[in-house]
Write a protein that binds this ligand. Structure first.
Ligand code: TGC
Ligand code: FAD
Length: 400
């Protein structure tokens, strides 16, 4: 074969969305997980999600949750109780595919598996686990995770929600804000201050005094349920409290899990946007030529693809470390900070390539871009993750 032919062959086998061949670093089983989730999203979500986003509602969300449960995606990285017991890398790849469809879908799965189920799995009593985890894994019960409050976001230690003991019961009063899955949840993991520090409570949403009004008028994550949790004298038995854990260590340990999913997931939104931009650039003609033939467009495409590959290498490195049990939470902050920031930049740049069409819901780009504005903020804002990493590097806290 001549040198020229070899070069052409190489060019033809290069995947423009995986320039450095990260695919080859995955096992056959990992690629199979990815394909399965991709196929599920193509069937259950992709044909409908732009419409859900436009209307700000997911049709038949409970049936969608059950389908995700049947597909083994809920609590998929947890062991036992009907959970699939998959690896961290498998879970990350699944998050990427889910978020390539929509960040709202990944949010639904993250909150169910990494926040509500993980909290119960890690900190719950045997009774909590038996009661909730099998139903949540199957998608028959939905969970939410209430940490943020109207006046307490980045600084959850300042929470005002209180739980006080009254005889054998706990009585919980307070408000939680911006809670994913809140209005459709059967169970809420609620974090509240007690005389013994912050504690977690497993609260059935049918408890008298509990309500979860929907938050409307969002311009981001419109295909996701976001709610306020109102707890007015909610009485739960003594057994509702997580028995062991005290302090912020409880909720923050759950956030590690969900932040890990996001550092993979955000790359899905970026990949979908870059794919749309690449396709558009090769068919859209201006000045008598496809816009992909202009140097400035090529520069954008190249920079985006390189950033996507760098993000994927970071995610895979962090994922392998998690599977080996040697992951430091600060490394999760590095991944979340970098990958969400890069993904947002990729979406914004893709949007420019689509010109005016870039603002239309006919294409996924603006939807992903708007979604990532939430992703940049939730699970620790980019500023919080910068300060977490800064503290690790310098030994000095710059939070207050
Ligand atoms: P600090 O004094 O540093 O720590 C308090 C206690 O927590 C422990 N800890 C951790 N434990 C496990 N994992 C981590 N990553 C941990 N980080 C800290 C720490 O060892 C200590 O334990 P102990 O036993 O000694 O008491 O806490 P701080 O009050 O200074 O706060 C630190 C800060 C600001 C980094 C933290 O509060 C923070 O991360 N704030 C951001 C809040 C946040 O991320 N909220 C997210 C809400 S949930 C959400 O957004 C869901 S969106 C889901 C979706 O839809 O996908
Ligand atoms: P604030 O903490 O008020 O921050 C405002 C700004 O000030 C940010 O830029 C922040 O970085 C900056 N800032 C604050 N402190 C400092 C500092 N020390 N130094 C420098 N800058 C600082 N929460 C849940 O508990 N459960 C959920 O399921 C959930 N789902 C969500 C879904 C959506 C769609 C959204 C948007 C949010 C969700 N959240 C959830 C809430 C989310 O975690 C919080 O919005 C986030 O932690 C930030 O809190 P805040 O919005 O109150 O912002």
């Amino acid at each position: 074969m001549s040198t020229a032919t070899t070069k052409t062959a190489r060019r033809q086998t290069l995947d423009p969305l995986d320039l450095v061949g990260i695919d080859q670093l995955l096992s056959g089983d990992e690629r199979a997980v990815r394909s399965t989730v991709r196929a599920m999203c193509a069937e259950l979500v992709d044909p409908f999600v732009a419409d859900w986003y436009e209307r700000g509602t997911i049709d038949d969300v409970r049936e969608l949750v059950r389908s995700l449960g049947r597909g083994g995606l809920l609590g998929m990285h947890l062991e036992g109780y009907g959970c699939a017991g998959m690896s961290a890398v498998d879970y990350g790849l699944a998050c990427l595919e889910l978020e390539a469809s929509d960040s709202g879908l990944r949010s639904l799965v993250s909150v169910q598996g990494s926040l509500a189920m993980f909290a119960i799995h890690q900190w719950g009593s045997p009774e909590h686990k038996d009661e909730w985890l099998p139903r949540m894994a199957a998608g028959d019960a939905v969970g939410c995770f209430g940490l943020t409050e109207p006046d307490s976001g980045s600084d959850p230690a300042s929470m005002r929600t209180r739980a006080r003991q009254d005889g054998d019961d706990w009585v919980i009063d307070g408000r939680k804000m911006w809670i994913t899955n809140g209005s459709i949840a059967d169970v809420a993991v609620v974090w509240a201050g007690t005389d013994d520090g912050i504690r977690g409570f497993v609260v059935p949403t049918t408890s008298p005094g509990f309500s979860a009004p929907l938050i409307k008028h969002k311009m981001s994550l419109r295909a996701s349920v976001t709610s306020e949790l109102v707890l007015d004298g909610v009485r739960v038995p003594a057994s509702a409290a997580f028995p062991e854990v005290r302090g912020l260590r409880g909720p923050l340990s759950c956030l590690n899990e969900a932040r890990y999913g996001i550092l993979w997931g955000s790359l899905g939104a970026a990949r979908s946007s870059l794919h749309a931009a690449l396709e558009y650039a090769s068919t859209r003609e201006q000045f008598g030529r496809p816009i992909s033939s202009f140097q400035l467009t090529q520069q954008k495409l190249v920079d985006m693809s390189i950033e996507l590959s760098k993000g994927a290498l970071l995610a895979l490195t962090i994922g392998r470390a998690k599977d080996d049990g040697r992951l430091d939470p600060v490394q999760v902050s590095v991944g979340k900070l970098n990958n969400v920031r890069s993904a947002l930049e990729i979406c914004r740049t893709s949007r420019t390539i689509l010109g005016a069409n870039g603002i239309s819901l006919e294409y996924p780009v603006m939807r992903h871009m708007n979604n990532l504005e939430s992703v940049l903020t939730y699970e620790g804002t980019s500023e919080m993750h910068t300060l977490i990493v800064g503290q690790a590097m310098t030994g000095r806290s710059a939070f207050a």
